[in-house]
Design a protein around this ligand. Sequence first.
Ligand code: HEM
Ligand code: HEM
Length: 160
Amino acid sequence: MFLLFAWIYCSAITHYLASDSTLDKWLWPFHKPVGLLLLVLLILRAGWSLLNQHRRPLSISRFAAAGHGMLYALMFLIPLIGMIRQYGSGRAFSAFGVPVMEGFEGEKIQWMVDLGSNFHSLLGWTMLVLILGHVGAVVMHYRQGDKQVLRRMTRGVRQH
Ligand code: HEM
Ligand code: HEM
């Protein structure tokens, strides 16, 4: 998921700064399919996390728990809102060759399109700021002597 997030933010930043550049033409077509894949992975991940709730390590602080909760909420809402706008636009959509939406004739569903136009990019950039803060927090904990902090993400903690 980390690699896919890196990809999706490269595509968003290029699209914002240099739409129609060669790099944009290469990255942008994957924005929606990769976004949908991230939504599916997030749902699997959240399900896995809930199944293992009784044996999850405790958060290191309430602040960390709140920050991670916000990241989870945004990881869900951003692609969901993207998909809602896609549906409302009435255009067909397939991801990695798999048909996802058939599209429909006639008027767009305006509230769906507006929801996407008003919130998708805004929340997307908000999450990028949070991610940078999140990585900053890891660096801070590491410098303060908590050398295990990264291990909690990569390998987990040993249960007693
Ligand atoms: C976790 C997944 C996603 C993230 C983090 C994300 C993030 C972003 C960001 C930051 C932008 C702003 C780029 C800009 O201003 O040029 C953007 C634009 C856009 N995203 Fe996503 N996105 C995700 C998933 C999706 C999905 C699933 C769809 C549709 C199926 C989608 C459709 C779009 C479209 C159409 C735009 C262009 C919006 C515009 O030009 O107003 N995104 N996305
Ligand atoms: C270089 C990039 C990153 C580093 C070094 C990093 C590091 C960490 C560390 C050390 C933890 C464990 C914290 C703890 O146990 O209290 C963690 C957890 C977490 N990270 Fe990251 N992270 C990175 C990128 C991301 C990204 C891109 C996202 C999502 C958009 C993300 C979302 C989360 C979430 C939601 C948790 C909590 C997991 C849970 O307990 O269920 N991280 N990260």
